[in-house]
Write a protein that binds this ligand. Structure first.
Ligand code: 8X3
Length: 252
């Protein structure tokens, strides 16, 4: 029976690259996201490149408890075979100071990065606990360890992901379920376009330096997952060589 991996936010960036890396590692893929067209495209690529695995997709909004519940119900037979959940869906919105930022942006970040992750995790845990095996990989961030100006709420959401990863490890102690928090620095994906709302502004973020790529992170996730069952990589901080700290970047 093939082992399944569920990846949220698989329509682009790290989620998309992780779907490819895990498919290459032999996982069948259940890819979720909000863009139906992108999910279709991913399915067609994976099916062509990795004919030995199965691929399913589900298009819904992770921030809706009802939509998550309906996803869980519809995909119950696949979820019974789930070995790995990658809580990748997440985003940043805005870089305004807290005294100027928009409540809507704050809601979007907290609803997706924290509450969406919780809805999915809570829905999946009974399947993993029942089998007493599995792995949950959360996409944290260096922003979940260090705060920077204009990033207060985004950082808070990623601090929450780190706390939730730690709490999960404690609550799951005694089971064979592993929990990993991946904490990347600057990765060139749609992240900055979504945050700043503009491609030119996003390009500036990575100007004169070499950022990480989505596949750098995807390969790292696949490596963590491939460790023997008794080895749990609890946390992994990954910066580009050109970045020493959240606000410290070498530019040429
Ligand atoms: C993304 C990394 O440094 O832009 O989570 O916050 S950073």
């Amino acid at each position: 029976m093939s082992k399944w991996a569920l990846i949220t936010g698989a329509t682009a960036g790290i989620g998309w690259a992780t779907a490819k890396s895990l498919a290459a590692a032999g996982f069948s893929i259940l890819a979720t996201g909000r863009r139906e067209e992108k999910l279709k495209e991913l399915k067609s690529i994976l099916t062509k490149e990795f004919p030995q695995i199965s691929v399913e997709t589900a298009c819904f909004d992770l921030t809706s408890k009802e939509e998550v519940a309906s996803f869980l119900k519809t995909h119950d037979p696949t979820l019974k075979k789930l070995e790995l959940l990658v809580n990748n869906a997440g985003l940043a919105k805005g870089i305004e100071k807290m005294q100027e930022a928009s409540l809507e942006d704050w809601d979007t970040m907290i609803d997706t990065n924290v509450k969406g992750l919780l809805y999915m995790t809570r829905g999946i845990l009974p399947y993993l606990v029942q089998k007493n095996s599995g792995h949950i990989v959360n996409l944290g961030s260096v922003a979940g360890r260090w705060t920077y100006p204009g990033g207060g709420v985004y950082c808070a959401s990623k601090f929450a992901v780190r706390a939730l990863s730690e709490g999960l490890r404690m609550d799951l102690l005694g089971t064979k379920i592993r929990v990993t928090n991946i904490e990347p620095g600057m990765v060139n994906t749609e992240f900055s376009v979504v945050r700043l709302g503009d491609q030119a502004k996003a390009d500036k973020v990575y100007e004169g330096m070499t950022p990480l790529s989505a596949s750098d992170i995807a390969e790292t996730i696949a490596w963590c997952v491939a460790r023997p069952a008794h080895v749990n990589i609890q946390e992994l901080v990954i910066y580009p060589t050109d970045q020493a700290h959240v606000g410290q970047v070498a530019r040429r």
